[in-house]
Design a protein around this ligand. Structure first.
Ligand code: KG4
Ligand code: ZN
Length: 478
């Protein structure tokens, strides 16, 4: 998420600064900039604790200067520069600036390309501007020429997270608030639907208010209200739907019903732009699907589980091993110290489909057998064995899918995308293509993902009526 730079970000920023510029700014200079927020602001993009880029703005009345954007060297050409630039433009616009100005080395083709694509125009050349004798272009773009980017407020309540987020069309995140009910459901060893609905009812107003307050806007400034229309628990979906419909009715805004799994896919746009056709491997508590995405409006399920979803299998195997709900993270942790020991059968499923219930039963049988024989189960080794079979099936089928449906990019989506071994296997097996792994904080349910997907509905003017029913088992193809 992009936020104002803090002193604790300085070490990482200095590393990027020193490797990016011939005349890097000093630590003192950065600290002065941080403390001088009336006249200037430095923003950092932090993903999983790592600073990936930063950008600096100076304000001068109705004008502002973009003094620099830098991206960590190992992460260049992945869209992080574009993301920071969009954020800085949106920020300057909100501060009431009318123009943005910058200087760029005429030999820096990447930077020139980025600025030109974002409507900057060269107004003059400064000869021998840089110490090495290079020229600079002065570039300018207006900030009030186009209309303001539209803003969407999104609500997510499909399972056991109550969440609300606000984002604008330029992917500037204005706020994102999530509360999880995991602690409550852990006592029961799984999500109890009735309990989940009631907790959503208790939380929803506070969460929406927090998201609006954090965004420092009024609900009148929102251009559309989005919510998860399905799939999910019917009672939980209803709470979000009623909240969204009430807001849309009262503030006279269009209403957008988002498919939950599209949220898991499109949140990856906060990382970088997506390239189509794209393959999505969707792995969550309720779904295991290979989805061929021709463009941002056309989804086709080309493979799916014939029985349990993979997240469900993780949760059930964890329960057999007497681990707390949700089981995915527990198995992930245990397997890290596991080794080859137990043999589990590889499910045999034709084509691009999956199956996990045979594997889950095999784990159950194995535990029973060992217990009957008086042997203690090595949880690390069992978690390892389960995971290797389950995850390698995902990899094998994804490879097959890409052979049959060649794609420009591959994206991992859903709660199980947080799994460390799966992320490792994906990186190892698909290093030759544009692979997008969501940062951990975006893997579990949140409302930012619903907001990201909602932008595509907004673009296509796909709205729903106030009487639209929630759809607990909606398909991503609908
Ligand atoms: O997408 P999600 O938050 O909810 C649904 O939309 O279903 O996914 C939840 C699932 C749970 O089954 C949970 O055990 C699993 O994601 N999960 C994991 C990990 N973290 C969460 N599975 C394996 N490894 C993990 N690290
Ligand atoms: Zn989910």
């Amino acid at each position: 998420m992009i936020e104002l730079m803090k002193p604790e970000d300085l070490d990482q920023v200095m590393e990027i600064e020193n490797s990016s510029f011939n005349n890097p700014w000093s630590r003192m200079y950065f600290l002065n900039e941080i403390n001088n927020s009336e006249l200037s602001e430095i923003y950092v993009d932090i993903i999983d604790g790592e600073v990936v880029s930063y950008g600096d703005l100076w304000y001068m009345f109705e004008n502002c200067d973009l003094t620099k954007i830098a991206v960590k060297q190992s992460l260049r050409h992945k869209g992080y520069g574009r993301k920071m630039l969009k954020h800085l433009i949106a920020t300057a616009r909100r501060r009431g600036c009318e123009f943005m100005h910058l200087e760029v080395n005429v030999n820096n083709a990447d930077a020139l390309n980025l600025y030109e694509k974002n409507s900057f125009e060269t107004v003059r050349t400064r000869k021998r501007y840089y110490e090495n004798g290079d020229d600079a272009y002065d570039m300018i773009r207006g900030l009030i020429d186009g209309s303001e980017p539209r803003k969407v407020l999104a609500i997510e309540t499909s399972c056991d997270e109550t969440a609300c987020a606000i984002i604008d069309e330029e992917y500037d995140v204005l706020s994102s608030v999530v509360t999880s009910q995991i602690d409550v459901h852990a006592r029961f060893g799984g999500v109890i639907p009735e309990v989940a609905s009631r907790m959503h009812v208790e939380q929803i107003s506070t969460i929406v208010k927090q998201a609006v307050d954090q965004a420092k806007i009024s609900l009148d400034d929102i251009d559309a209200i989005a919510y998860t229309i399905g799939p999910g628990l019917i009672g939980s979906l209803h709470v979000g739907a009623i909240a969204a419909k009430s807001l849309a009715f009262f503030y006279k805004k269009p209403l957008i019903g988002v498919h939950h799994l599209k949220g898991h896919i499109f949140i990856n746009e906060l990382i970088k732009p997506l390239n189509y056709p794209m393959m999505a491997l969707v792995v969550s508590g309720g779904h295991t699907e290979l989805v061929y995405i021709e463009d941002d409006q056309t989804f086709r399920i080309i493979g799916t589980t014939l029985d349990d979803a993979i997240g469900e299998a993780y949760d059930k195997v964890a329960r057999v091993m007497k681990e707390a709900y949700p089981g995915g993270p527990a198995i992930d942790r245990l397997a890290r110290d596991g080794k080859e020991h137990y043999q589990l059968p590889t499910p045999k499923v034709e084509g691009l489909d999956f199956s996990f219930s045979g594997l889950k039963n095999a784990v159950q049988q194995l535990v029973k057998k060992e217990e009957a024989a008086g042997n203690e189960i090595d949880k690390n080794d069992l978690a390892y064995a389960f995971q290797e079979v389950a995850l390698n099936m995902l990899i094998r089928k994804t490879k097959l899918a890409l052979e049959q449906y060649p794609c420009k990019s591959l994206v991992l989506a859903g709660g199980v995308a947080a799994n460390s071994r799966l992320r490792q296997l994906m990186s190892e097996n698909f290093s030759d293509m544009d692979l997008i792994l969501p940062p951990l904080k975006y893997c579990t349910d949140n409302a930012l993902m619903i907001a990201c997907a909602a932008l595509h509905y907004l673009k296509a003017e796909k709205y729903v009526d106030f009487d639209a029913p929630s759809r607990p088992s909606m398909s991503i193809e609908d």
